[in-house]
Write a protein that binds this ligand. Structure first.
Ligand SMILES: [Cu+2]
Length: 261
């Protein structure tokens, strides 16, 4: 019997000692920052919260309706009077319970917002000029694409955005990011494409009659495939002898269209 207790105590002590080590180990592992996944997690949390609260309120409301139903002979009920302390308790405790859920969700939202604003250091920087009605991307080496952004899997991508005419909004639903682009200001958004695939880009700000056609694609390639693609682009850029850096002009979209990207 005593042996059992001793073994149990030893086991508990080992667990208590191991827990911080395990937590520290989990922390030191390089964490892949993926705001899209965190966004989904928070969204599910909010849905679960409001479902529980909604069901709870529905049950309580139904119970009150049943309690206060009309009785035969228009009988008037007599409920016990609440003491001032319990009256205050009935108001304050539920408020704090629901407020704490709200504050918890708001705090998580704040943390997530900071993740969306805090661009990782190992990012790929791409310039984006929006215009009626196209997305024009420029890579650090001068390579340009239109309505199609090719990126390597596993590297965070930041877009430094502006617009040559009016307000647009670069929206990538799969990565849960949307940010306005506008003349005279540089805005940014970043996302982390973790695996190869294709994702829709669309304009989320009504910008003119062809707004609905202002769509594009993000093509995520395996790093080696991306490198091969980029090499080809660099070669054709050199062959076309287009200067690497060219000031933005109104004629650019036509030129890019002619390039057939
Ligand atoms: Cu637009």
């Amino acid at each position: 019997m005593h042996d059992k207790i001793r073994r149990g105590a030893a086991g508990l002590a080992a667990l208590l000692l191991a827990a911080p080590a395990w937590a520290a180990g989990a922390k030191s592992e390089p964490k892949v920052v993926d705001p899209a996944r965190d966004w989904d997690h928070l969204w599910r949390e909010v849905i679960v919260d409001i479902t529980i609260i909604g069901v709870l309120f529905a049950i309580v409301t139904a119970w009150f309706i049943w309690q206060a139903r009309r009785r035969p002979g228009n009988e008037v009920g007599a409920s016990p009077r609440l003491s001032p302390a319990s009256a205050v308790g009935w108001v304050v405790i539920p408020i704090f319970v629901f407020l704490s859920i709200d504050l918890y969700t708001a705090a998580n939202g704040w943390v997530l917002w900071n993740t969306f604003r805090d661009v990782p250091a190992n990012r790929l920087e791409i310039k984006l000029e929006a215009g009626m009605y196209s997305w024009d991307y420029t890579y650090p080496n001068g390579v340009r694409t239109q309505n199609q952004l090719v990126v390597p899997a596993g590297t965070p991508v930041v877009l430094r955005m502006t617009s040559r005419d009016t307000l647009h909004s670069h929206y990538i639903p799969d990565f849960r990011v949307k940010e306005d682009s506008m003349p005279g200001r540089i805005t940014y958004l970043w996302f982390n494409p973790t695996k190869p695939g294709e994702h829709v880009v669309t304009c989320a700000e009504y910008c003119g009659v062809m707004h609905g056609y202002m769509a594009g694609r993000i093509i995520v390639k395996a790093p080696e495939e991306y490198a091969a693609w980029m090499k080809g682009e660099e070669t054709s850029l050199a062959a076309a002898s287009i200067p690497a850096v060219e000031p933005a002009t109104a004629t650019k979209p036509a030129k890019l269209a002619a390039k057939k990207t």
